[in-house]
Write a protein that binds this ligand. Sequence first.
Ligand code: PRP
Ligand code: URA
Length: 225
Amino acid sequence: MPHPSLPNLLVLDHPLIQHKLTLLRDRATSTRDFKHLVSEIAMLMAYEATKDLPTEAVQIDTPLERMQGRMVSDKKLTLVPILRAGLGMVDGVSELLPTARVGHIGVARDETSLEPTRYYAKIPGDPSEPNKDLSVRATDRDFFILDPMLATGGSATAAVTTLKTAGARRIRFLCIVAAPEGVRRMLDGHPDVRIYAAALDRGLNAQGYIVPGLGDAGDRLFGTR
Ligand code: PRP
Ligand code: URA
């Protein structure tokens, strides 16, 4: 069910997601376990976040007879992790969507101003790309932006703007922990983007970290602190 005061947010409170999220938040969780948990949570979230994907009719032969089944048009599915921490979610989601294409957006948040700077973008189906494969254009793709943390929302909204500039029209945002500030910023800037989160936390501290949160997702994922 959408959140009562944040209509763009869906909190996925499945018991397995909540169990794994609690382990993830624990400061005693090792880098190895953190990486594994991010991937598992992402996979469980992907199951929920793909519930309403359109399917198309296909003819197949069972061992007994010809029938019409339904399949997701997987050529159109596109994962876009926000570097770095979003990379930790790619394998988990890809377990469920193995033929999805993967784009990348690099956004770094300035530690003082908390404002985002985009430093990299490679989007499948972007007509402005050299050597482009335009068999399915961004306009026709279903995009899933992946980033464990939605804090001020600066990085997320910058990523959505990048995708829309490439032509994207259908975008979902999957994060593990969201702060109300980030969800509202997305609602103001991009009300068409549905956010799927495993938790909506209390807010941000003076340094822009989500509280209670889980700390710096990129550092915990890659062992850089
Ligand atoms: C983190 C996180 C998000 C962003 C969220 O990345 O993974 O991308 O901060 O904060 P915001 O909502 O206030 O923009 P960071 O910029 O620290 O980069 P990293 O993943 O390379 O560590
Ligand atoms: N980025 C993180 O990795 N963690 C936070 O709490 C906020 C931004």
